[in-house]
Ligand binder design. Structure first.
Ligand SMILES: *[C@@H]1O[C@H](CO)[C@@H](O)[C@H](O)[C@H]1NC(C)=O
Ligand SMILES: *[C@@H]1O[C@H](CO)[C@@H](O)[C@H](O)[C@H]1NC(C)=O
Length: 394
């Protein structure tokens, strides 16, 4: 009995030791022995009820007018120190300087790192972690921040509720090359194998983000990789970022998840987690579906110009009607009076609408002078004498 007891104690100790070192040492993958479906066996939080990523069903999101535009802080002040680019066997990671952060959240969050998730089959074959109305994008960029107001560092914050804020950017492919992404893609060949690290020129991190930082989806979720801590305030941008097909191909085919000394090379592909149940959670949106969907800034401009043209048109018509009425009233009076000194022609001339061709300023001025001259001539000589002469200056 004693030896059995000792054996059990030893087994328990051994198990505890394994569990304590689990996060670092268990070789989890996306498919295979410790694939996504097995993560929760080794990392209990991966089986939690607030996991990420999720499918955002836009008709079931809730508009929250209190969600302010997110403001990157210091993203464009990258300095001269190079960034480090690292292949950790699961993705390519760039460590971010601590002066970068994100505003527009209830606390100040300090940037830690950014990384990517992608597929293997080229455009329209999946690769993003989050999906919108069931549709995947081709890849996804994550910019990770920790709550530096509440917690001293990333390792503490990542285990706490409200500890992290991650920006999710969906990436799709198009015709144009996205030069900002070449700041990363051009250097992947230096970190092809797991555990390899390279220093790359610092660049403007904000150039990787979409232009519209005001429209996003917000929910409480988790890290999308083990240990899947449920500590993340997620912001998934509505606007997607575009890269070229060639750029996507480089992302999908350049890296290995295996180390350089391993005999079997394994391509680092399909490093995205499938969407997790929303359970009790609500996804909020910073914009309302109708106004957000229909009106771009161009359309707003068009409407403003349209309304202005309408007003001007209406004013012109009203003016024309008023003048016409005045003209006919005057014409009527004059025909009745049959005045000889002021001919009806002068009245007609003065009230005539402006001539058709547009005139340049000097010509316009000339015409006004002519009008004045005609006017004063028709009124009488005494007005001409009364007018001051501009030549006589004291
Ligand atoms: C993070 O902060 C905690 C608490 O102050 C400390 O114990 C820990 O060593 C720090 N970790 C790192 C990586 O600095
Ligand atoms: C996230 O959870 C906190 C409670 O920890 C809650 O106050 C907050 O409203 C939640 N946010 C979202 C977007 O659901």
């Amino acid at each position: 009995m004693d030896s059995l007891g000792l054996f059990i104690l030893l087994m328990l100790l051994c198990f505890q030791w394994t569990a304590a070192h689990a996060a670092d040492e268990i070789p989890w993958t996306y498919k295979g022995l410790v694939g996504q479906t097995e993560w929760s066996d080794y990392f209990p939080e991966c089986g939690g009820t607030s996991q990420s990523p999720v499918d955002v069903v836009t008709t079931q999101t809730k508009y929250d007018p209190g969600l302010m535009p997110l403001t990157p802080l210091g993203y464009d002040q990258h300095g001269n120190r190079p960034f480090s680019l690292y292949n950790n066997g699961h993705t390519a990671v760039i460590e971010l300087p601590e002066w970068m952060g994100i505003g527009g959240l209830p606390w100040l969050f300090t940037a830690v790192q950014l990384h990517l998730h992608w597929g293997s089959g080229g455009p329209s074959q999946g690769g993003s972690e989050h999906t919108i109305n069931g549709l995947s994008a081709d890849a996804e960029l994550h910019v990770v921040h920790y709550n530096s107001e509440l917690y001293p560092n990333m390792s503490t914050a990542m285990m706490k509720r409200d500890g992290l804020a991650v920006l999710g950017i969906l990436i799709v492919t198009g015709e144009e090359t996205n030069l900002a992404f070449n700041n990363i893609l051009n250097y992947l060949s230096r970190i092809r194998h797991a555990d390899q690290k390279a220093f790359i020129p610092a660049f403007d991190v904000q150039s990787l983000l979409p232009k519209d930082l005001g429209r996003y989806y917000r929910y409480n979720g988790s890290l999308t990789t083990p240990p899947c801590y449920q500590s993340v305030i997620w912001s998934l941008f509505h606007e997607r970022v575009q890269i070229s097909k060639a750029q996507l191909l480089r992302l999908e085919t350049l890296l290995y998840s295996s180390k350089s000394d391993e005999p079997d090379r394994m391509l680092l592909q399909d490093n995205y987690r499938t969407t997790q149940p929303l359970n009790h959670r609500v996804v909020f949106s910073s914009f309302s579906a109708e106004s957000g969907k229909e009106l771009s800034s161009g359309e707003v401009t068009a409407i403003v110009i349209g309304v202005m043209c309408g007003c001007v048109g209406l004013a012109v018509i009203v003016r024309f009607i008023v003048k016409t009425i005045r003209f006919f009233t005057l014409l009527h009076l004059e025909t009745v009076a049959v005045n000889s000194s002021t001919s009806s022609w002068d009245v007609l001339h003065n009230n005539r609408p402006a001539p058709m061709p547009r005139l340049k300023e000097p010509e316009k001025a000339k015409e006004i002078k002519l009008d004045v001259a005609l006017n004063s001539a028709s009124v009488g000589e005494k007005k001409e004498e009364a007018s001051p002469s501009p030549q006589t200056e004291p």
